[in-house]
Design a protein around this ligand. Structure first.
Ligand SMILES: Nc1ncnc2c1ncn2[C@@H]1O[C@H](COP(=O)(O)OP(=O)(O)O)[C@@H](O)[C@H]1O
Ligand SMILES: [Mg+2]
Length: 418
């Protein structure tokens, strides 16, 4: 029997922090990593509410028999990790440690994979067995794959299930899956990706607090962008707030952090931007890959910069309500440090109101100022508010960030010429 190059104890020690739910999630990711679009999780429960077996089925490309050894033998050296340094900019591959398939021991005594793969014009199938006692061993290398008419994909069966109850799987499991996969299902919603549990599709919209779709059109080049904004109810534990760029087929081409640096506010968001413009686009900067930049669009294109500016501004406005708490804190801090005076004197515009408002429009303006700089900023703002040129302030700010009409009015009210 082939042996993985690490002892069973070593494997368990490395994976001891995995919970049963986290382990299940590894098998779901393995399916998506293998280009599956449908994952079906099923389980059988006994009369006492315990779980007898769990299966996770995917419609991916399967595990070609000729590659089994290479794929299953090496631990901590997953090909997926080595394949591409770009992984952080693509969601297509989740696995990286080459250990996910071994985590079943946290909830089951044995696992077997029934896999179907395409082999020169026909599909073939065989099984792989592993058990938790000797987790560094597996069978399958000596199997003789049989012809089959079944479509490609892999189904993993888990037997001797422990540490999980029917109650767990019918209740907290759904929330766990939503935290893990909501963004991925949203990202691939146009391609019809799904995860079902006991036949019931996981609905990522349950995890959505706010969402909006809109079109942007860059007039000069007539390039359209379809933007979907999603704000999540809770933090996605493993996926930061990002921009995702999709091509005309709805396939992810690139992802990167959203322009907003989260300061601990609860503005958890994802933005999906789809355009035929991304069918051929050099996302990496030209220095990384000189050749790519020769074909398709680049970040310096006016249409790209137009889109980014619009989206960034849209996010800026969406985020404002989440900054209230921080704006209050900032003002309190300025008062404590005597940068602004605590007492409002009747003759002047309320400087703390100005600071609160400006902070919510552009929090970066107030980032990393030392006390002297803070005093200077406040002094200048007071001067502007009291000056007969006050009405120029909204114009100046508008030349830096694109203000909404509401924001312009808000500023005009405070800075109107006295
Ligand atoms: N459901 C699956 N479909 C296709 N290949 C799979 C599947 N599960 C596992 N594999 C193969 O086994 C390898 C090891 O899986 P795993 O231990 O989860 O490590 P990783 O996902 O980090 O590579 C994967 O890289 C993949 O090649
Ligand atoms: Mg994996």
């Amino acid at each position: 029997m082939p042996k993985i190059q690490i002892t069973a104890r070593g494997i368990r020690a490395a994976l001891k922090s995995y919970t049963p739910f986290q382990s299940i999630v590894e098998y779901v990711w393995n399916g998506f990593d293998a280009q599956a679009s449908k994952i079906e999780i099923n389980f059988t429960a006994n009369e006492l509410g315990g779980i007898d077996s769990i299966t996770i089925k995917d419609d991916g490309y399967g595990i070609p028999h000729g590659k089994l050894q290479e794929k299953f033998e090496t631990v901590f050296e997953s090909k997926k990790a080595l394949q591409s340094k770009l992984k952080k900019n693509l969601s297509a591959l989740h696995g990286k440690n080459g250990i996910g398939r071994l985590t079943f021991f946290t909830f089951a005594r044995n696992a077997y994979w029934k896999t179907v793969y395409a082999d020169t014009g026909e599909n073939r199938t065989y099984d792989i067995y592993a058990n938790a006692e000797n987790i560094n061993l597996y069978t399958g290398i000596n199997a003789i794959p049989k012809r089959t008419d079944l479509p490609t994909g892999t189904e993993v069966f888990f037997g001797g299930v422990h540490s999980l109850t029917k109650y767990d799987l019918e209740n907290s499991f759904q929330d766990f899956l939503l935290q893990e996969f909501s963004w991925f299902l949203a990202l691939n919603s146009k391609r019809g990706f799904s995860i079902t549990v006991g036949g019931i599709p996981l609905d990522y919209k349950k995890f959505v607090a706010d969402s909006e779709e809109f079109e942007l059109n860059h007039e000069k080049t007539d390039i359209p962008f379809s933007v979907t904004y999603v704000r999540w109810k809770e933090k996605l534990p493993k996926e930061p707030s990002r921009y995702y760029y999709l091509d005309s087929l709805g396939q992810e081409k690139w992802k990167e952090s959203s322009a907003i640096k989260n300061k601990g506010d609860k503005f958890f968001h994802s933005v999906f931007i789809q355009s035929p413009y991304f069918d051929s686009f050099a996302f990496q900067s030209a220095e990384d890959d000189g050749q790519n930049a020769l074909m398709g669009g680049t970040r310096s294109d006016s249409q790209f910069r137009f889109m980014r500016k619009k989206v960034a501004n849209y996010l800026r406005i969406k985020r404002k309500p989440f900054l209230d708490e921080f704006a209050d804190k900032l003002v309190l801090e300025y008062e404590k440090a005597d940068i602004i005076s605590r007492k409002e004197d009747a003759g002047h515009k309320d400087i703390s109101q100005i600071i609160r408002m400006l902070y919510k429009m552009q929090p970066r303006l107030f980032a990393s100022l030392n006390t002297e700089q803070k005093k200077m900023l406040v002094g200048l703002l007071e001067l502007a508010a009291g000056s007969d040129k006050g009405s120029d302030v909204p114009l100046i700010i508008n030349s830096i960030i694109e203000l909404s009409n509401e924001e312009k009015n808000e500023l005009a009210e405070i800075f109107q010429a006295s």
